[in-house]
Design a protein around this ligand. Sequence first.
Ligand SMILES: Nc1ncnc2c1ncn2[C@@H]1O[C@H](COP(=O)(O)OP(=O)(O)OP(=O)(O)O)[C@@H](O)[C@H]1O
Length: 457
Amino acid sequence: MEIPIDNLWSQVLERLQLELSRPTFETWIKTASAERLENNCLVIRTPNPFARNWLQKYYINTIANVVQDILGYPVEIYLTVAQGDSFGSGVEGETWEPPTVHPVAVNVGQRQNKTPELNSKYVFSRFVVGANNRMAHAAALAVAESPGREFNPLFLCGGVGLGKTHLMQAIGNYRWEICPDSKIFYVSTEQFTNDLITAIRNDSMQSFREHYRAADVLLVDDIQFIEGKEYTQEEFFHTFNTLHEAGKQVVIASDRPPNQIPRLQERLSSRFSMGLIADIQTPDLETRMAILLKKAEYENIRLPRDVIEYIAANYTSNIRELEGALIRALAYVSIWGLPMTVESITPVLGTPHQKIETTPDVILSVVADAFNLTVEDLKGNSRRREISWARQIGMYLMRQHTDLSLPRIGEEFGGKDHTTVMYSCEKITQLQETDQSLIQTLRQLSDRINMTSRSQK
Ligand SMILES: Nc1ncnc2c1ncn2[C@@H]1O[C@H](COP(=O)(O)OP(=O)(O)OP(=O)(O)O)[C@@H](O)[C@H]1O
């Protein structure tokens, strides 16, 4: 017999209250409610789109595990947004929808599990055209309208997070709109190499070649990673030639022009240059503001002009970071019920040196919570990999967020030596030079530390 929904939810709350820190529980879990349980799907209602996104990102697995424990069978969790959310955003009764993706038919050798997909948000209508990307945009549109003609290959190049993937996938999405049967293959260079290795290992080179050479439009991302990979270059050269000769479109994205990719075979470099090389520069202030406006428009949110200007002025070189800043600002004001003003969002977007007063306990509990550990784990002596990793991150964050000396931080972590703290801080600092996801994790943890500290004032 099915358990009544209210009963189920109160059991879930009881369990989560024990598992999660108080601020996390109060902010994200307590404000949500269970709506119905149907066909092994539990629908949970959240107060606003940001709470939904946050739960989706950080706590969906924890909730699913607890529900499974209680019910004795696995359920899928669907998150919806309550009518009339606290932003007055006009998003009414928004329901959870699975993201629309266009799966690309892939069947190379044994590889069935990884299906590259096009992001349905990466369309031309969502791309803001400015002086920095005008040519790349026009070329992409021309290719989308008549593939295999004028610009073949189209080689898009530009720095990190400036819209290469967006434009490239917009071509794919556009083609799909017009011609749903066309074979659009989007692949990262790394994936191409992995497919090749799998095909060699499984003795299925024939199907690997047939697969890639059947594309109507081949979109290859991050081609700079092909450097020095002789066999991948060889195979890609032949794939490219076959497609090009058959009048099929190839679009390539890279963080630099072909002639600056080291250890790239000359014949490939010259083929990459025989169509059009269109570069994307960093956007100017007006374009960055227009991007924020467009983003807000799609999210149904009204943003004051000075807020847009403030964010755009502070995030100049990477649009992914610009978007991230907007999302963080929105989450912050939503959670604390603040008005959307420059003053409200400064603490969360301010410079890293702007510290909100916090305590070691807050940092310990935020870090423990984020890694599904306990504060005792962080203070203990276990050398289990996940525990020492979380401990190193915790030490680094304590150094960043407080004025405590290295020995004092060591004490907070159960009496560790100051050299251990120093080593951890140096290691985490160094890793950030190459690890984007670590930077993001640290930023999210910093936000949570700031939010929690603010709530305890
Ligand atoms: N002109 C634009 N208008 C609207 N959104 C944009 C624009 N340029 C980039 N973006 C957004 O910025 C984010 C990063 O873009 P994208 O992933 O395409 O960058 P990229 O150049 O491929 O980065 P990487 O080098 O890391 O692969 C995406 O969310 C994208 O939608």
